[in-house]
Design a protein around this ligand. Structure first.
Ligand code: GDP
Length: 435
């Protein structure tokens, strides 16, 4: 759940550094095909520690002439949302007024800051870099973004600074953690208020595993659940791009901290780009998803039927087509209970464990009937399968030639699993391995 933010003025090499971190990860986890990527966010891991990386600068349009206010907001955002801040400067340019501005902000905070001097690719530059002590941020790391030298040491230091994950309390009751996410004005707060009501039945307040996300336990309509609340870190955004970026950043935090993402969209606007990236974030993090089409009271029902609307959204969700979609109104409280029930159901589906015997009895005949196509005259035999003891559903199929099993067959297997078990709204992973 750790978040690392990269800050710095444009052209210092933040994106090169970001891409270097992310590629390592992309090579390990296969990416979801056909889904738009968010360039500003990715997962990385080093020395066995996983973390998310946000390139805040990637968002700023234009190049050199950016406003001071803009960079200030960028840094404040990183300070709010990240666990560790990586501040990148450029040895070729030396200290610029903007670097000083950023340092001033970073010197005031208690979160760890790593100062990284980029483009240090020879001994001369190594000497030049000492000027950055003047920023008052202490020790710095030198890297050469292009060749990647120095990155290893930097990452060693970085993961040392990440807070240790808190071990879960084995006696604690396992409650679903819901994150209500979506664009500004989609109706998230209204939905939450309608759901928990004025008579907020707050049971306990427990601090989440990350500093900024707080879980609050509620008991409504006979369901006990936690809502992930990131409200403590609200800042007023001034321009529209900022507002959207802020809400994506907040979503990152909330999504990572949750089990199930309740994605609220505005029925009067439809499924838009930002909804897509939030959905993608949830999928990428293997969270369960329920889509609520809110403000349904405002939609003229004879011009746009529910079925048409639903079909349109499902097209946007491709290839994840079995996500529950509900048409609700936070205002009239239409289908609120249903929304809660469905979210709890997705939570249960996500943590279900299918007995190995049951899984094999079902899947082996299906595979027998329709085996993976032979490749280069070689037959692929799948002999056995099981669900892995992982927090999200993962299945492994043991076979003689796992490398020959292609994507379409994987999809076929996934569809069969979805046909026979309830995995609505739940991402599942399928692996083929040699026994
Ligand atoms: P948030 O930014 O996602 O938390 O959105 P809000 O909950 O603040 O809602 C934004 C606006 O939409 C407010 O003016 C709400 O009153 C309005 N709104 C929210 N839900 C509904 C709904 O179901 N129907 C209608 N008609 N208006 C709604």
């Amino acid at each position: 759940n750790n978040i690392v933010a990269i800050v710095g003025r444009p052209n210092v090499g933040k994106s090169t550094f970001f891409n270097r971190l992310i590629q390592r990860r992309e090579a390990i986890v296969d990416s979801v095909s056909g889904v738009t990527r968010d360039r500003n966010y990715g997962k990385s891991e080093w020395n066995g520690k996983e973390f998310s990386v946000i390139d805040t600068g990637g968002y700023i349009k234009g190049s050199d002439d950016i406003f001071e206010g803009e960079i200030r907001r960028q840094v404040e955002l990183a300070i709010d949302e990240a666990d560790v801040i990586v501040f990148v400067v450029d040895v070729e340019e030396g200290i610029t007024p903007m670097d000083e501005e950023v340092s001033k902000l970073l010197r005031k905070i208690t979160k760890p800051v790593l100062l990284v001097v980029n483009k240090v690719d020879n001994a001369m530059r190594e000497k030049d870099a000492v000027e950055f002590y003047n920023l008052g941020l202490g020790e710095y790391y030198t890297i050469a973004g292009m060749s990647g030298s120095g990155t290893g040491e930097l990452l060693d230091a970085l993961v040392e600074l990440l807070p240790e994950a808190q071990a879960p309390d084995p006696d604690a009751e396992v409650l679903p953690r819901f994150a209500v996410v979506g664009r500004p004005n989609a109706g998230k707060s209204s939905f939450i208020n309608a759901l928990i009501g004025e008579d907020r039945l707050v049971v306990t307040d427990i601090a989440g595993t990350t500093r900024d996300a707080i879980d609050t336990t509620y008991n409504r309509f006979g369901f006990k659940f936690n809502l992930v609340d990131t409200a403590g870190i609200r800042r007023k955004a001034k321009v529209k791009e900022d507002l959207e970026f802020y809400s994506v950043m907040r979503s990152v935090r909330a999504i990572e901290h949750s089990d199930i993402c309740i994605l609220v969209i505005d029925a009067t606007r439809g499924f838009e780009g930002q909804d897509q990236s939030i959905f993608w974030l949830a999928e990428k993090n293997r969270k369960g998803v329920v889509v609520l089409v809110n403000k349904w009271d405002l939609v003229e029902k004879d011009t746009m039927t529910t079925r048409d609307y639903e079909r349109k959204i499902r097209e946007e969700l491709q290839p994840f087509t079995d996500v529950p979609i509900l048409f609700v109104s936070a205002l009239t409280k239409q289908r609120l209970l249903k929304a809660l029930e469905t979210s709890v159901q997705v939570f249960e589906s996500r943590r279900q464990r299918i007995a190995t015997s049951k899984l094999n009895e079902l899947m082996l005949p299906i595979i027998e009937n329709n085996p993976p196509p032979a490749l280069k005259g070689k037959y692929i035999k799948i002999k056995f399968c099981m669900q892995l003891p992982t927090p999200t559903p993962q299945f492994v199929f043991f076979c003689n030639l796992p490398q020959y099993v292609k994507e379409p067959y994987k999809r076929y297997i996934e569809n069969k699993l979805r046909e026979h078990f309830d995995f609505n709204g739940v991402p599942i992973d399928i692996y083929f391995r040699q026994k």
